[in-house]
Design a protein around this ligand. Structure first.
Ligand SMILES: CC(C)(COP(=O)(O)OP(=O)(O)OC[C@H]1O[C@@H](n2cnc3c(N)ncnc32)[C@H](O)[C@@H]1OP(=O)(O)O)[C@@H](O)C(=O)NCCC(=O)NCCS
Length: 287
């Protein structure tokens, strides 16, 4: 087993993105998605590299983790190795011992895919059920109905508009046009689009959609409506636009995962035809 805190930035990140693409399947859309890495890339390649952990066996990446926030590791495992004993023990050991450098000491949250053996090993070994997340999917076999907003696909000239809507939708967001350019020049964005919804000439909502290639689930990350323009159907509209864009990119379904406590988001996705899957609990290790 070879573990890695990224060193040769380009190659390993490319390999991690490739692995995440191939792990996406309709039956079980996977967190992480290449789009999760793509969205994080707004912080630049160095920060990206420092936040990604990969585990390899026999020259193949078998698990990928993204330290999405200082105390939140989002981990996924190759679908065929979810119950692999050797891998699960390696992961559990690496994640339990801060000195190995995979996780900081103190309170940490950990996302694992459903059914992963590593979760069973960690639970009871200092880790407990944490926050609930609601995954939602929307099949894209049929055409997506039209919605009311005028949609612009963001390019370099519109980056400041995309960034401004993001800041107006998410409390604490510091997204900038420069970060948009960093994100858009990174490999995952080749399969992505940013959409900004306009009510007349006013930008009111935005979403970024990430394809994992034709026939695979695509991801919405993030989606938000300007705080001054909520409650008028714009969330539903921009979400429908996202679904239509993913369909155009060849995605089999649209996928999103949001904290179950975000009732407005869950209601909005449902309103746009997304079907909630059973909630998933992350794991929490107390400080
Ligand atoms: C979630 C969000 C996009 C909703 O935007 P919006 O424009 O107000 O949503 P809409 O007006 O289109 O409403 C869509 C549906 O959600 C429901 N809804 C919206 N806000 C709600 C709330 N606070 N509580 C319960 N239901 C709510 C509406 O009633 C509507 O349901 P219906 O179509 O069945 O009648 C907006 O609140 C937001 O940007 N939040 C911050 C960012 C965020 O959390 N994004 C999602 C996670 S990535």
């Amino acid at each position: 087993m070879r573990w890695c805190l990224i060193d040769g930035v380009g190659t390993i990140l490319d390999e991690a993105v490739h692995a995440l693409r191939t792990w996406q399947h309709d039956a079980a859309p996977v967190q992480l998605h290449p789009g999760d890495l793509g969205w994080f890339w707004r912080f630049g390649a160095d920060t990206m590299a420092a936040a990604v952990r990969t585990w390899s066996r026999d020259g193949r990446i078998v698990a990928v983790g993204l330290l999405d926030e200082p105390g939140l590791l989002r981990l996924t495992v190759a679908p065929d190795l979810r119950r692999d004993d050797e891998l699960a023990r390696q992961l559990a050991g690496d994640l339990t011992r801060p000195e190995r450098g995979f996780l900081p000491a103190g309170e940490v949250f950990l996302e694992t895919p459903p059914g992963a053996l590593v979760r069973d090993l960690l639970r009871g070994d200092g880790w407990h059920d944490g926050d609930a997340w609601t995954p939602l999917v929307r099949d894209l076999a049929e055409a997506v109905p039209d919605q009311g907003l005028r949609i612009e696909v963001t390019g370099p000239k519109g980056a400041h508009v995309r960034a401004a809507v993001q800041r107006a939708a998410f409390d604490g967001s510091t997204f900038t046009a420069e970060q948009w350019r960093d994100m858009a020049s990174a490999p995952p964005y080749a399969d992505a689009r940013c959409l900004v919804g306009h009510d007349q000439d006013t930008p009111v909502g935005a979403v970024t959609v990430w394809s994992a290639g034709p026939g695979r689930p695509g991801l919405l990350e993030p989606m938000g409506v300007h705080r001054d323009h909520r409650g008028r159907g714009h969330g539903r509209a921009i979400t429908l636009a996202a679904a239509a864009a993913l369909r155009e990119l060849g995605s089999s379904c649209g996928f999103v995962c949001t904290p179950s406590t975000n009732t407005a988001a869950v209601a909005t996705y449902r309103s746009a035809g997304f079907r909630p899957l059973p909630a998933r609990l992350d794991l929490r290790r107390a400080a």
